[in-house]
Design a protein around this ligand. Sequence first.
Ligand code: FAD
Length: 458
Amino acid sequence: MAEDHDLIVIGAGSGGVAASRRAAAHSARVLIVEADRVGGTCVIRGCVPKKLMMYAAGFAQAFEEARGFGWVDLAGRFEMNRWADAKAAETARLEGIYRKMLADSGVELVAGRARLLGPGVVAVGGRELRARRILIATGGAPAHDAIPGLAQAMTSNEVLDLRELPATLLVVGGGYIAVEFASILTGLGSKVTLAFRDTHPLRGFDADLRTRLATALAGRGITLAGGVALQSLERTAGGFALHRADGSVLTADAALNATGRAPNTADLGLAEAGVRLDARGAVAVDADSRSSVPGIWAIGDVTNRVNLTPVAIAEGRAFADTEFGRRPSRVDHRTVASAVFTDPPIATVGLSEAEALRAGPVDVYESDFRPMKTAFAGGAARTYMKLVVDGLNERVLGVHMIGADAPEIVQSLAVALTCGATKRDFDRTLAVHPTAAEEFVLMREPVRRHGAAPATGS
Ligand code: FAD
């Protein structure tokens, strides 16, 4: 049976675009199928528009701070419509760039919803496309099944398309997308209630970041409704009512379902093709992103490993280098840096204090201060930094920060962590002064020394 292409990629998001371009660079004949807009979640309805909304929200505080620096007459009003128009133009521009990058790489783009007909065969519309290798890169979508009624709420997709700000908003969920939108919408002017099950939001992050974020968000006027199981979301005449296990009811004009995401594996013909899914419906893959069926690979959010754009890109490139470039490579999922774009933002790389403690003795270094800029303007915001260090060999195992510019600072420190830097390496690094980042190289004594002991929590 003739094969028209060497590779068919299903899904032109972060992972699919990266994989297809890298495979084409290795001289493979590549076709990519996209059911929606090129660029996928990150560019069209995720990281990029979210960050543009975060920038918009940040001006409220910047204007406030500016007064402390002598600026006057700074009254302003946010018009969501203007932001929405500018955002739409920017995502269209970026989509154009992605389309051009695919075309310039020699990747053929087919619009439509793809369905596997079996190993090596994909149906799109009325067409049957063939290739020796198929890569599934279909990403994920908001899940609605955490409690009844969630399907009536907005998801991150709709929030990013809002043209009018809700006066009051109920954000359901405690993960990074929930806290980010709670923080952003508060900055823009909504009165936000954040409802989640745990005691603090951001399960999985270092405990000191979680408690400090909760305090900071509450300090900005967000109502943190945590520690109680959520039962159901009801549409009411006035908006939404969230029923909780203790009998309490939280109400708001609008509701955002940010309870998690599910892999896009439905209606892809995976079961018929024999592709094994895990218990959460993600494509089960090995360390080389191979599915259970020879000739079919999967990368990115559809595999539910570490659901972040740089990871999807790295998995896509590793697949292409291995299969088409004779350069076998794998992604190390253990040390993935990440950020939470709240105000104040969080960034983290490596092990939390509790995770490190499970592996052996740990020294913890901390710095907690009011940064120069906010202190001068009379603000209360603080910055907190933590180094989690191996108690035996001084290797830095985790870097955690909450405070202005945390994502920019921790990105650079992730290089040091990847290189295996020790606390001594941090100590012999001279400071850039005056910065907040310099505190990371000025921590002299540990605030805590743990022996090897089993730990609970994160
Ligand atoms: P996607 O980017 O989702 O791409 C999948 C593509 O497949 C889509 O375009 C979809 O239309 C297409 N598709 C699906 N089914 C079919 C089919 N049957 N046929 C053809 N095409 C199909 N990550 C970060 O690193 N930093 C962040 O700050 C960040 N913020 C986020 C904020 C939000 C609100 C959300 C929702 C996500 C965020 N993420 C962030 C996560 C990031 O967007 C994803 O990890 C990343 O987009 C995954 O890339 P992917 O290629 O696996 O899937």
